[in-house]
Design a protein around this ligand. Structure first.
Ligand code: TPP
Length: 368
């Protein structure tokens, strides 16, 4: 029997909130521990959320394989962060503006970026950054924390235009030590701009453990200095992440200002596929410990008990995802090899004189 725990979510959404206890709806077995917080999702929406998380896990596995075959470039593993990533983006509207970090490609694709373009971005091809007009997003940020400052600016812009939308951004536990992090939350707080700031606390910033990152007991409490609500949520629990994000969106759109959300999660793989080895900096057995809290396992259990999910259904999703990835890679392969002149031509709407000279220089070389 799961324990019944009363949690008042409304009380957390105040600028002077000092309760940073981790919000949870489903425990590791997929049992409801906070019935009051179960979000109002239809059966179809619940199935969609599970489908998105399975999609993301398969995308991670295939991206890892494609990277090792030399068919993708930069890749930052996402396995373990599915609830944190896919449940948060599910609570966000298409007209909201997404400012992702390098690990947030799944959210970007779910927000509308064609997968083939995500692959081109991974290859460093500028065509990966040429977004369709309808996509309200910036390309993934590599400079850690920088997207927080940009999100504060985008949120202010939305506010000034009277839009009922939010700017949504993500960084990691490491990113929460950056100057940009504090500037971003402070600025948005001062203007009461509609921004949702996520810290995906996956335990390590490359090899630096969370305990060495800061003396602060939680990362959510950093919100206090900015005078905005800070909430810690179980990032392995899709229903908790969804419920808190949905509430944060309502709070921000209503004109109350930004919210900071810390999701407690884990990345199973290395930091990126560029060469770090987690066995050299993580304690032995930690991967297995976190695997017991896996977001897919708990949500699968929850949905199976409701009669909404089955092994057969999951296999269908897996096969469809593999097919989608195959097609997207084919599409990405059609893109002509990037030329330096093309890269320069797409840098500004109107190239500066210096860039114009460089374009001519490289075109002459490329035509030889
Ligand atoms: C301003 C800046 N400093 C250093 C780096 C190098 N760097 C890339 S990722 C990273 C660690 C980030 O860790 P965290 O914010 O916890 O996010 P995670 O990668 O775990 O999702 C560092 C130091 C960078 N990209 N930008």
């Amino acid at each position: 029997m799961a324990t019944k725990k009363k949690f008042n979510l409304d009380a957390l959404f105040t600028p002077n909130n000092t309760n940073f206890e981790m919000v949870q709806v489903l425990d590791a077995e997929g049992k409801v521990v906070n019935p009051d917080l179960v979000p109002d999702l239809s059966d179809d929406e619940l199935v969609e959320l599970m489908t998105d998380m399975v999609w993301s896990r398969i995308l991670h596995e295939r991206s890892t394989a494609l990277n090792r075959q030399g068919r993708l470039g930069f890749y930052a593993p996402t396995a373990g962060q599915e609830a944190s990533q896919l449940a948060s983006i599910k609570a966000i509207e298409k007209e909201d503006v997404l400012l992702p970090g390098y690990r947030d490609v799944p959210q970007l694709v779910k927000h509308g970026l064609p997968l083939s373009q995500a692959f081109l971005w991974s290859r460093g091809h500028v065509a990966g950054n040429m977004y369709p007009e309808s996509l309200k997003a910036l390309p993934p940020q590599i400079i850690i924390g920088a997207q927080y400052v940009q999100a504060a600016g985008v949120a202010l812009g939305l506010q000034k235009r009277g839009k009922k939308n939010v700017a949504v951004t993500y960084t990691g536990d490491g990113g929460s030590s950056q100057g940009d992090f504090y500037e971003g939350i402070n600025y948005a707080g001062a203007y009461k701009s509609p921004a949702i700031f996520f810290i995906q606390n996956n335990g390590w910033a490359i090899s630096t453990p969370r305990e060495l990152q800061t003396a602060a007991p939680t990362l959510a409490q950093k919100a206090v200095a900015a005078g905005i609500p800070g909430i810690q949520v179980d990032g392995m629990d899709p229903l908790a992440v969804y419920a808190v994000t949905k509430k944060a969106r309502e709070y921000a759109v209503a004109g109350n200002g930004p919210v900071l959300i810390e999701t407690i999660c884990f990345r199973y793989g290395p930091h990126t596929l560029s060469g770090d080895d987690p066995t050299r900096y993580q304690p032995e057995g930690i991967q297995d410990e976190w695997a017991k809290k896996d977001p897919l396992i708990r949500f699968r259990n929850y949905l199976t008990a409701k009669g909404l999910w089955s092994e057969e259904k999951e296999n269908e999703v897996i096969e469809a995802t593999k097919e989608e990835i195959k097609e997207a890679i084919k599409e990405a392969d059609k893109q002509p090899k990037q030329k330096v002149s093309f890269f320069l031509e797409t840098m500004f709407e109107e190239p500066t004189n210096v860039i114009k000279e460089q374009i001519e220089h490289f075109k002459a070389k490329e035509n030889k």
